[in-house]
Ligand binder design. Structure first.
Ligand code: MGP
Ligand code: SAH
Length: 218
């Protein structure tokens, strides 16, 4: 289990230094005592991007963040006024998310659940679902094309299908090199919207919206 690291750059493995130098873009309130563990450093959604996604989903009252990590997205959903259900399999990382939500003043707007999403999915109810699964580590970008079903610990298509039983309004947060044709296939006969999100002129991710989250349908 990685220890919780917020003691400064020198305490971090060299591979994480670049993320530490982006710390205020990850959490503007970083200096208030934000807690991030090793996997949290390379997978947390930068605050401006999390805010943007939250704004796009904010017409919904209850949002499920199925892979909450250290809380980058869950906090912004709550700040946008939504009730949030935040699921995370790693107990220590979920504790980071709780602490971080407290710092942002939204601890009581988020129901935190320490569980495997796939095990509890059929017990969850929400108006919209946000999926930011583990991509298989920070080396994902070396692939020419990231296949939705080959690099996560589970099939990305299976994850989408399970989630659609909860709500058809899904935002799927994926690597910038993800193969788009499989994503379009997920929508079957419906539309989906693919958004490439940039921060400081660098593409960070691909965000795929389904159901009534598609912009032209709002
Ligand atoms: P990155 O490519 O590791 O960093 O992740 P960066 O700083 O964009 O790299 P560089 O090419 O500019 O040097 C880009 C973004 O993807 C991060 O800010 C995270 O939001 C997100 N991200 C990265 N990983 C490895 C994951 C992951 O496994 N899961 C999720 N949900 N998001 C991730
Ligand atoms: N959006 C988050 C980052 C998510 S990274 C943020 O901004 O902080 C993906 C997270 O999914 C990791 O923390 C990992 O522990 C968690 N995870 C992996 N498999 C899971 C599962 N089956 N159920 C719930 N969480 C899982």
């Amino acid at each position: 289990m990685p220890s919780i690291i917020n003691e400064g750059r020198e305490q971090l493995p060299v591979a994480l230094h670049k993320y530490y130098s982006q710390r205020y873009s990850l959490f503007s309130l970083f200096d208030k005592g934000i807690e991030i563990d090793a996997e949290g450093w390379f997978s947390v959604t930068p605050e401006e991007i999390a805010k943007h996604i939250a704004m796009r989903m904010s017409s919904h009252s209850v949002v499920l963040d199925a892979f909450c990590g250290v809380g980058g997205n869950a906090i912004q959903f709550a700040l946008c006024g939504m009730d949030v259900i935040a699921v995370e399999i790693d107990k220590a990382r979920l504790e980071c998310a709780k602490r971080n939500a407290e710092i942002y003043g939204v601890r009581d707007k988020i129901k935190f659940i320490n569980a495997d999403f796939f095990v509890i999915a059929d017990t969850l109810k929400a108006d919209a679902v946000f999926l930011s699964p583990p991509w298989g580590g920070p080396e994902y970008f070396r692939l020419k094309e990231y296949d939705l079903d080959d690099h996560m610990p589970f099939s990305g298509t299976h994850l989408f299908n399970i989630s659609s039983n909860i709500s058809l309004n899904i935002c799927y947060f994926l690597p910038r090199n993800v193969g788009i044709s499989k994503i379009e296939g997920l929508a079957q006969n419906n539309v989906c919207e693919i958004e490439r999100i940039y921060l400081n002129d660098r593409q960070k991710c691909v965000c795929c919206y389904f159901g009534d989250l598609v912009e032209s349908l709002i």
